[in-house]
Design a protein around this ligand. Structure first.
Ligand SMILES: NC(=O)C1=CN([C@@H]2O[C@H](COP(=O)(O)OP(=O)(O)OC[C@H]3O[C@@H](n4cnc5c(N)ncnc54)[C@H](OP(=O)(O)O)[C@@H]3O)[C@@H](O)[C@H]2O)C=CC1
Ligand SMILES: CC(C)(CO)C(=O)C(=O)O
Length: 306
């Protein structure tokens, strides 16, 4: 497959490298700064699932340099989504489908409106990865999972081709028959996990040691379930219980990517995640007091620089 990685940061560079390792053609479509960094230091994975150096990383700095792309793996932060739309339009006009892997939900309707429903697949990822000072990927979890599926009947074939490509690679992949529900499950979970860890600036183990604090995470799961239900996605109390159980099962030091970003003094995706949930809630007259409080607590750090 010919895969364009748009957003060759922690997650994009990681999965791009895994596909390339399996023999697929991967083009990292990057801005100037990242192009220079890749030129200087290459793409390297420090990974619990096996280190890997991409022998000859391919970069492009404009879609005009790319012919016949099959797929765009879109792995930018929510606050960079709008900056990718022109390039995405050019790539979809060249025949590519877009697999967005961003946390959250708001980006889906934006992409569908801008690119056409037939061009936007559903997707998400479970991984814990970040970039070091050389722009190398540091992958610190035992999981490196991709979940994807069609949001439009015309996408079944590309999803099956991607599943085959993933089967050949050092990663876990799941072609989901109900990707919308899976995305909402992740959105529910990440709103609680990233919300509580980022707001109190502590890893999940510390949060768990204070039941009053941990309870807030459970309340956010419940609010997100109500929100999904308001959008006719059937999340249940069992999904809430599973999400809460997952938070219980994480290692003491485990934390969310948003909290890692707060620690590094990087911008935060809180507007896309919690802000997006509140906007969706207000459209269906759903009040979400815990989500609103967490949103307000994180907001001052959104553009915080060390
Ligand atoms: N990291 C993780 O463990 C996980 C992340 N996610 C989600 O995945 C998404 C990506 O996260 P992550 O990989 O951590 O983010 P990173 O910040 O590491 O990477 C994002 C990359 O996008 C690039 N980018 C931004 N705008 C553009 C543009 N217009 N054109 C080309 N490249 C662009 C940035 O490059 P530049 O240097 O030019 O700014 C950067 O390299 C987020 O939504 C996150 O929530 C989900 C699960 C886990
Ligand atoms: C829940 C987790 C760690 C797993 O991928 C994640 O998505 C994040 O922190 O952004």
């Amino acid at each position: 497959m010919k895969i364009v990685v748009l957003g060759a940061g922690a997650l994009g560079a990681y999965f791009g490298a895994r596909w390339q390792e399996a023999g697929h053609e991967v083009i990292n479509l990057v801005r100037e700064g990242r192009a220079e960094q890749i030129e200087k230091h290459g793409i390297h994975l420090h990974s619990e699932m096996g280190d890997y150096t991409v022998p000859e990383p391919i970069t492009a700095t404009s879609p005009e340099q790319i012919e016949d792309p099959d797929l765009v793996f879109l792995a930018v932060k929510g606050y960079h989504l709008h900056g990718t739309l022109d390039w995405l339009k050019q790539l979809t006009q060249k025949g590519a489908k877009v697999y967005p892997v961003l946390n959250g939900m708001e980006h889906i309707s934006i992409l569908q409106k801008e690119l056409g429903e037939e061009n936007v697949m559903g997707g998400l990822s479970y991984i814990i990865a970040t970039l070091d000072e050389k722009g190398h990927v540091v992958h610190t979890s035992q999981f490196h999972d991709l979940v994807f599926g069609p949001l439009h009947p015309s996408q079944q074939q590309i999803c099956e081709e991607l599943a085959l490509a993933c089967n050949q690679a050092n990663l876990n992949a799941n072609l989901s028959p109900n990707i919308l529900e899976d995305m909402w499950k992740k959105y529910m979970f990440i709103s609680a996990f990233s919300g509580i860890t980022t707001a109190v600036n502590l890893p999940i183990g510390e949060v768990r040691s204070h039941p009053q604090t941990f309870r807030i995470a459970e309340r956010i799961l419940e609010e997100m379930k109500e929100l999904a239900n308001a959008y006719k996605v059937n999340l249940t109390d069992e999904h809430v219980a599973n999400g809460f159980e997952r938070l219980r099962s994480f290692d003491h030091e485990m934390t969310s990517s948003m909290h890692q970003d707060r620690r590094k003094g990087l911008p935060l995706e809180v507007e896309h995640l919690h802000g997006g949930a509140l906007r969706l809630g207000s459209e269906v007259n759903l009040t979400m007091p815990y989500t609103e409080t967490i949103f307000g607590m994180i907001k001052p750090f959104e553009a915080y620089q060390k």
